[in-house]
Ligand binder design. Sequence first.
Ligand SMILES: [Zn+2]
Length: 345
Amino acid sequence: MPRPLFSSSIAGSLPKPDWLAEPDKLWPQWKSAGAALAQSKDDATLLWIKAQEDAGLDVIGDGEQSRQHFVHGFLEHVEGIDFENKVRMGIRNNRYDAMVPQVVAAIRLRGRVHEREARLLRAHTRRKTKFTLPGPMTIVDTVADRFYGDRIALATAFADLLNQEALALQADGIDIIQFDEPAFNVYPADAADWGVSVLERAAKGLICTTAVHICYGYGIKANIDWKSTLGDEWRQYESVFPALAASAIDQVSLECVNSHVPAHLMALLKGKDVMVGVIDVATDSIESPEQIAETIERALQHVPKDRLLACTNCGMAPMRRDVALKKIEALAAGVALARQRQSEG
Ligand SMILES: [Zn+2]
């Protein structure tokens, strides 16, 4: 079946119900443990699969209900990392502090990382599925290194572990594997220099669709404050898009609506599918279908119609659950309107 026009999906994360974890937090505490927690994660995943289907999204994800945080959820399954003794570290070029685990020995996977939720997702929707993993450069920026002593060496080591899990996710039946690389916008020169090639290493050998999500972060205060320092034109993408256009990665997810990213930068992604952010995750106000259709139409000036996919600007983990639900409904309604306008010419 051909892909629907402006195929819609969320960037990745969705809020966790308050019976699963503390609401409105980026690093929430789980509300249960052991088998009860595993069951609660499954239940929350099923609930969001249904909500995405009911809204009418074309590509369905697990909403990252099974991981505490998009990076540390992966690290918990890695040997050589000390989670007992977290340290405070400025992350994203010291934009905000986080308590991060430490790399203390050579890293390797303990086993599968996301098998349970990936198979649950595959078993419970007939639509295309997307699964997210943190990108190697962003992992390196969210962990304290006490062993490798070199960012590229550590990122390369993580890329090999990510590749191992990505190949297994593909075998689970996942259609699109997306790596989240917000760090690309923090270190744009490094991203072009080595970030993209290390990312390709993480995606090596995948025959499913591959994607990368590059954003200006969750809608939390530290990020909103940072964005206000970036000036009228955010040109971070300008460094990394040419490298991505020349890479083996199939799709690129970027921030668009309410951002100061010059729309013409999207033209640098020639030959790639462009996932255009049409939903702002930094505000609780719900986009109207007209607004979303207009964002898509603006992007169409720089992206061919059959290459344009509709997405959220970023993950919705720290949002209110009711707001996130309304936003995914809005996304589907906006895409439906944009399709209708296209067919009317
Ligand atoms: Zn993001």
